[in-house]
Design a protein around this ligand. Structure first.
Ligand code: NAD
Length: 479
């Protein structure tokens, strides 16, 4: 679907995020014909580069990070022709006049703040003083959106001085994933699931985001956050909201976000006994562990967290949600599993065993869903039951000639241009998520809690297994 012509300014256009995600995503949308002829992308950052040097940097980023095979030869040069660069200082006057002069009248204007949050206020203010932003302009901001309720409120306040909420696009790239949007399609586009989507039929829900990498070169940044701030407060919380929310009256930004907000506000406080935090230990004897990766012998942040969360509302009272995320785990796998209750009675007798339906929504790898159903084991062996998955891998569903599943950033950036905020977090949602997270983190700090150590390449700390075993349940295999 074509979008209106636009000017997209990427502040921090030379940074890691721009090179790894934003620019390759724009290139792929260009290849798909979604950039009208007079749309432009303007990189703006603190370092001094000529136009050609910047275009060369963009070409290298695309060579390194682009994943599509759907671009015709010669497309890259045509894409680079749409790119400008301006050397701009967010904290000074340098470059702003040049940038303002580049803006085309009558086009959608979007400003991507791919810079440290401490610069958001400066950018917002200068966009206004230089007359570059009007009431239809959009700004895009990245995580981390604050590190607690107070700082998130301060960021919201700073942006609100110059932009209306309807102009602010807070990115959580998990919301741009095809599967996550499909979760809404499956829940609200079928008759099959919604009547069963409650504590009467659902035994529990598991949300897992597992990584194999450690903190890598981001140790210092990571240790200031830990998994709770870096993953749970935003990504896992958003997934939880989409799973647990009531059906919105329509698929419109505020209707969806109102329902998500109600879920966050209905979350129970989490008791210390319902949380396990871990730090990975050395890979081999003397190998680097979390402490040496972050270069802080007193580091108390967690590279793994598991939580048992409850929601106090009519639909979910009594149904536990188990959340876990961590680094250096045995596989890179993200999924949501909705585990239904056993049938109330087995007509096949005890030898047939008890079976459950499990709906698994896979975010990576192999984006897709499957539903475990119980059938008769084929053959003459009598009425023996087995569980088989009804598998829907999106890549298969699209077929060999179908389009590739678009990357989250492609979808989200185009939504900014279209002016559709459905897949972006609203300010009050972010604040409510911090209001739930703050007392949990505050409790660790006041008690001086320290994470336990876990084996790299494992499923996390033993205590996390115990957290769910205690309820007579078990984690799904990470694979
Ligand atoms: P980076 O350090 O690689 O890049 C920072 C960019 O900001 C550079 O282009 C730099 O020139 C520019 N900049 C710095 N000071 C400036 C100033 N005074 N005026 C104008 N430009 C200035 O950072 P990054 O990793 O690209 O991250 C950017 C933002 O995105 C951060 O808020 C980060 O937390 C967030 N983020 C990054 C990632 C990631 O994978 N890199 C993922 C999610 C969120």
């Amino acid at each position: 679907i074509p979008v209106e012509p636009f000017d997209l300014v990427v502040f921090g256009g030379t940074g890691d995020l721009a090179r790894r995600k934003i620019l390759p995503a724009l290139f792929r949308r260009f290849c798909s014909g979604q950039m009208e002829e007079n749309s432009r992308i303007i990189g703006a950052a603190r370092s001094d580069h000529s136009q050609d040097e910047y275009r060369q940097m963009v070409a290298e980023a695309i060579a390194e990070f682009n994943t599509t095979s759907h671009c015709e030869a010669g497309t890259l040069d045509a894409f680079l022709d749409r790119i400008d660069y301006v050397h701009v200082d967010a904290k000074g006057e340098e470059g702003w006049k040049t940038l303002a002069d580049l803006m085309q009248p009558g086009k959608v204007r979007a400003f991507y703040f791919s810079v440290a949050p401490s610069l958001f206020g400066d950018l917002a203010e200068r966009l206004h003083t230089h007359g570059m932003a009007d009431s239809d302009s959009r700004i895009v901001v990245e995580k981390p959106f604050g590190r607690d309720l107070e700082t998130a409120k301060a960021l919201n306040d700073v942006l609100a001085q110059h932009f209306h909420e309807s102009q602010i696009y807070r990115i959580d790239h998990y919301l741009g994933k095809e599967t996550v949007q499909n979760l809404m399609a499956v829940r609200f586009g079928n008759m099959l699931f919604e009547p069963l989507w409650n504590s009467q039929y659902v035994d529990h829900i598991q949300i897992t985001v597992a990584e194999t990498v450690g903190v890598g070169g981001r140790g210092e940044y990571y240790d200031r956050s830990g998994a709770m701030r870096d993953m749970v407060q935003n990504h896992l919380m958003q997934l939880l909201c989409l799973i647990a929310m009531e059906p919105p009256a329509k698929f419109d930004p505020d209707a969806v976000r109102d329902e998500k907000l109600k879920v966050i506000r209905a979350l129970n406080p989490v008791e210390p006994a319902d949380i396990v935090r871990g730090q990975y230990g050395p890979e081999k004897r003397n190998g680097p562990d979390y402490i040496s990766d972050v270069e802080n012998p007193r580091a108390t942040s967690e590279s793994f967290i598991a939580l048992r969360v409850g929601i106090s509302n009519w639909r979910w009272a009594g149904t536990p949600f188990y959340l876990r995320t961590g680094k250096k785990l045995k596989a890179r796998a993200s999924e949501i599993a909705v585990v239904f209750k056993e049938t109330p009675h087995s007509i096949f007798g005890p030898e047939a065993g008890r079976h459950r339906n499990i709906l698994t929504i896979r975010l990576q790898p192999n984006e897709g869903m499957d539903l475990d159903v119980t059938i008769k084991e084929p053959g003459p062996g009598g009425m023996r039951l087995i569980d088989v998955p009804l598998d829907m891998t999106f890549a298969d569903a699209l077929g060999p000639d179908g389009e590739e599943v678009p990357d989250a950033y492609e979808r989200l950036i185009m939504d900014v241009i279209r002016g559709n905020q459905t897949l972006f977090m609203r300010g009050d949602e972010v604040e409510a998520a911090w209001a739930w997270t703050d007392p949990i983190i505050g409790g660790w700090e006041s008690r001086g809690d320290r994470p336990v150590t876990y084996e790299p390449g494992s499923s996390g700390p033993e205590d996390a297994l115990a957290l769910i075993h205690r309820d007579g349940r078990r984690w799904r295999e990470i694979r």
